[in-house]
Each structure stands twice: as structure tokens, then as C-alpha cells.
Design a protein around this ligand. Structure first.
Ligand SMILES: *[C@@H]1O[C@H](CO)[C@@H](O)[C@H](O)[C@H]1NC(C)=O
Ligand SMILES: *[C@@H]1O[C@H](CO)[C@@H](O)[C@H](O)[C@H]1NC(C)=O
Ligand SMILES: *[C@@H]1O[C@H](CO)[C@@H](O)[C@H](O)[C@H]1NC(C)=O
Length: 440
């Protein structure tokens, strides 16, 4: 039991960078988290424009919170009595399962739905924002934002939490991200979904990882870190009770153990959590690197409310200053440091893989999960773009807004919200450790 607890405490040094986890915890929980939480409440960061209607390009759309995923086909209760008709001895449990599946299915529909409520006032403001952004001469963003089907979503009305979305569809999304999109050494093939249950948890997986060059290892760890972070949110905001039609949300320790416990995951959980810290450091690094961009007077966070806008920017600059002061960072200069041609090829490969992962998010069958998946992928993509644009950021002209490195509103909103999610994860982790200690 002691080992179990200790493994959550995660002492020690993170591989691939010079940092220790305790310092990150203190830095995040005391300094960054309170600030970032305040920041993302601001109107500029609260509304995210997203197209949730794009079809999945990789396999037939199993539509939103697919009924097929509930193992009942089709959902209506008239179809249940399969077990009952078959007359076998466990017919009651079969029927009960079918009913439970339908309940889960309905729940997933309900909890995964987007609340698209926006006040008329906000809608008017968005038109004004669009005029402003168009005038900014940004280079093209993702086709997502420019698509006529894209809509603003109020992130505060749609918190990332447990939705009941699971089963084959959810599994397939992560599976294809890991299996088809992580760099693989060309000579060896290993099935490598580290979160797949019932596969011996891929023992030896990390031996395999050892054989990869730094860039590929980094890519894998980023994806794993993202996966961990999302899972922590689902555990921390789990549906605990639904008595009297009123949902109660809170930390589900059992669920947390199932995903991260060292016994439950044969030690894999600790690595998943380390990857979360790793991802955190990468995004932190990106924030510290992009500070000079936001320090330019011409970069404003426009919502049309001059007073509020300058307060938002001030808060953002305060956060960026904190990130610059944090001494331990991932040293990305060691990445892409090899032969020039090889470096360029790898960088491009990175970019394409990332773009592909954004497209896979269109295959997520639950709107709310899709929303947060897209936002966090775009945030991470933006962080990487920043890291690879160090020179361009350094060479930014002092007074010309239309030359050199730029970020779109979308990228800024995604970057800060994605980082806010990671910051929240690390804070939630602290909470889970306390809960686990109390259980001892
Ligand atoms: C959406 O959010 C608004 C504002 O909080 C709330 O009044 C409304 O009931 C919500 N709608 C649904 C379907 O949850
Ligand atoms: C918002 O605008 C719509 C259409 O213009 C209108 O029907 C509706 O009454 C307005 N709602 C409020 C609360 O002003
Ligand atoms: C993109 O993802 C799809 C679906 O997982 C996969 O079939 C395809 O090979 C991937 N492409 C690249 C370039 O990784």
C-alpha cells in the first residue's frame, strides 16, 4: 500500500529535462494556477470558435455518442428482449445489461451535449470581433475557424468533465492517435496503445521508446501527457450522484486509481503522470518564449471593451513573466539539433502528425469531448509552433503589426486554455494525493 501511495507522489527528476516534480507542483499550484484561472474567465478567453460538424475523414462517422457504442442496436427499448426471447438462464442479467447500456447511452448523449447558449449581446460582439480580426492581416488559420459552420462556444457553460463517452468509439480515437500517428521505428512493429486494458499494459513499451531519438520520444510523451490530463479531468469532475434529478460532480478516487494506480496499471500510471508534467513544461516553455510577442504594444486582446481588454492583457503579461522566471525548463535546443536536412524533415513530420491528430478529433463521437479535444490539440500545436519559431519571435519588428510572427485569436485562446487545463490537472493531482493519503 505504501508503494502505491508513494508512486503518486512522483518524486524525482523528469527524463528529458532538468526538473523535479516538487518544484513544478509548488510553482504551479501557488503561482500559476490562481492567475490562469482568472485569465480564462475573461471574455477574450471564454469564447472559442469551433466547427463541431466536420465529418470524420478516416472512418464512417459513428455519429454523436453513437448508439452502436452502447452495444445495443438500435437503442429503442423494443429491441431489448433479445436476452429474454432467447430463453437462456441468465436472461435477466442480459436484459438488465441492455437496459443499463441504454441508460448509459442516454446519459452520454445528455452529458456530452454542448450548451450553445450565447446572449444576443455576445453574438453582436462576435461580429465586431470578426471585423477586428479580419483587419489584423493574420495568415490563414485552420480551416475550422473560417468555415461557415464554425460557431462560438462558451467554454464556461461547457466544462470539461465526465460525459459517459467511452467504449469502442472513444477507444478507437486514442488508439489511432497512438498506433497510426506516433512515430514508429521503421524496423519494429509493436502494438502500442499504452492505455489499452487487457494487453499486459505493453510491458517493454518503454524499452521500445528508449530506442527512439529525442524528437520522436517527445512526440509520444506529449500525446500521452494530453491523454493523462484529459483523464484526470474526467476523474476530478466525475458524475458522483444524480439523485432527485440534480447532478453532483466531484473527485472519483476509484476511477483515478483505475487509470493511474501502480498496481492497477502495472506501473504504467506513474509514467502517464510524468508525461503530464513533461507536457506542462513544454507548454510552459512555449509561453515563456512567446512573451516578447505579447509584450509588443500592438498586440491587443480585442473584445471591444478597452478597459477590460487592457486588464486582460496585463494579467496575461503577468503570467508570462512568471513563466520566464521559472528556472527549470525543457531545453528544446537539443531538439532538431542534428543534421540540417534531417532536422527539417523531422520538423515537417512533426507538423503533419499534429495536423492529422487535429483531424482525428473530428472522429470523436461526443460534442463536448470533441470541443475540448480540439481546443487542447490546437493549444499544443500552437505551443510547438512557438517553440519552432524562436528566431522569428526574436526578430519581430517593434512597431509593425503585419510583419513576422503572429498568432490568431483562436491560437491564443487555445494556447492559454490548453495550458489552463494542464495547470488544473496538476492542481487536481495534488487533491487526489490528499484523498489517497486519507484513505490509507
Ligand atoms: C445552458 O446554460 C444556460 C446558462 O447557464 C442555462 O440557463 C441553460 O439551462 C443551459 N441549458 C442546458 C440545456 O443545460
Ligand atoms: C435575441 O435575438 C433574437 C433574434 O433577434 C430575438 O428573437 C430574441 O428575443 C432576443 N433575445 C433577447 C433576450 O433579447
Ligand atoms: C492519419 O491518421 C489516420 C487515422 O488514424 C491514419 O490512417 C493515417 O495513416 C495518418 N496519417 C499520417 C500521415 O500519420
Amino acid at each position: 500500500v505504501l508503494g502505491f501511495i508513494v508512486s503518486y507522489v512522483l518524486t524525482g527528476v523528469l527524463d528529458d529535462c532538468f526538473c523535479d516534480i516538487e518544484s513544478i507542483d509548488v510553482f504551479n499550484n501557488l503561482k500559476i494556477f490562481p492567475l490562469i484561472r482568472k485569465l480564462i474567465e475573461k471574455d477574450f478567453f471564454r469564447y472559442y470558435r469551433v466547427n463541431l460538424k466536420r465529418p470524420c475523414p478516416f472512418w464512417p462517422d459513428d455519429s454523436h455518442c453513437s448508439i452502436r457504442d452502447c452495444h445495443v442496436e438500435p437503442c429503442p427499448e423494443s429491441k431489448i428482449p433479445v436476452g429474454i426471447k432467447s430463453g437462456n438462464y441468465n436472461k435477466y442479467s442480459l436484459a438488465a445489461n441492455a437496459i443499463r447500456d441504454i441508460k448509459e447511452c442516454e446519459q452520454a448523449h445528455e452529458l456530452g451535449a454542448i450548451n450553445s447558449t450565447l446572449s444576443n449581446q455576445s453574438k453582436e460582439a462576435f461580429e465586431d470581433w470578426a471585423h477586428h480580426d479580419d483587419a489584423q492581416d493574420h495568415f490563414c488559420g485552420l480551416d475550422d475557424e473560417t468555415s461557415p459552420e464554425a460557431e462560438y462556444v462558451d467554454l464556461r457553460l461547457n466544462p470539461e468533465r465526465y460525459t459517459g463517452y467511452k467504449g469502442p468509439s472513444a477507444w478507437r480515437v486514442w488508439n489511432s492517435i497512438y498506433e497510426e500517428n506516433c512515430f514508429k521505428p521503421r524496423s519494429v512493429y509493436r502494438p502500442l496503445n499504452p492505455l489499452a486494458p487487457s494487453r499486459g499494459e505493453c510491458e517493454g513499451f518503454y524499452d521500445w521508446l528508449e530506442g527512439l531519438c529525442l524528437e520522436k520520444r517527445v512526440f509520444y510523451r506529449l500525446i500521452s501527457g494530453l491523454h493523462s490530463s484529459i483523464n484526470i479531468h474526467l476523474c476530478a469532475k466525475h458524475l458522483l450522484d444524480e439523485a432527485w434529478g440534480k447532478a453532483v460532480w466531484g473527485a472519483n478516487v476509484h476511477e483515478f486509481r483505475r487509470r493511474f494506480g501502480s498496481a492497477e496499471t502495472k506501473g504504467e500510471g506513474t509514467r502517464r503522470l510524468k508525461n503530464l508534467y513533461f507536457l506542462y513544461l513544454i507548454e510552459l516553455r512555449a509561453l515563456s518564449k512567446v512573451a516578447p510577442y505579447f509584450e509588443r504594444a500592438f498586440v491587443n486582446l480585442y473584445t471591444g471593451n478597452v478597459h477590460e481588454d487592457s486588464a486582460t492583457k496585463e494579467l496575461l503579461l503577468q503570467i508570462l513573466t512568471e513563466t520566464k522566471a521559472f528556472p527549470m525548463h525543457f531545453d528544446e535546443s537539443s531538439m532538431f539539433a542534428g543534421h540540417k536536412m534531417e532536422a527539417r524533415r523531422l520538423k515537417e513530420e512533426f507538423r503533419l502528425h499534429f495536423k492529422n491528430i487535429s483531424r482525428i478529433m473530428d472522429c470523436v463521437g461526443c460534442d463536448k469531448c470533441r470541443l475540448w479535444g480540439k481546443l487542447q490539440t490546437q493549444g499544443l500545436g500552437t505551443a510547438l509552433r512557438i517553440l519552432f519559431s524562436e528566431k522569428e519571435i526574436k526578430n519581430l519588428p517593434e512597431n509593425s503589426p503585419s510583419k513576422g510572427f503572429q498568432l490568431t485569436r483562436q491560437e491564443i485562446v487555445a494556447l492559454l486554455n490548453a495550458f489552463g487545463r494542464l495547470s488544473t490537472s496538476i492542481k487536481e493531482l495534488h487533491n487526489f494525493r490528499t484523498l489517497l493519503k486519507d484513505q490509507r
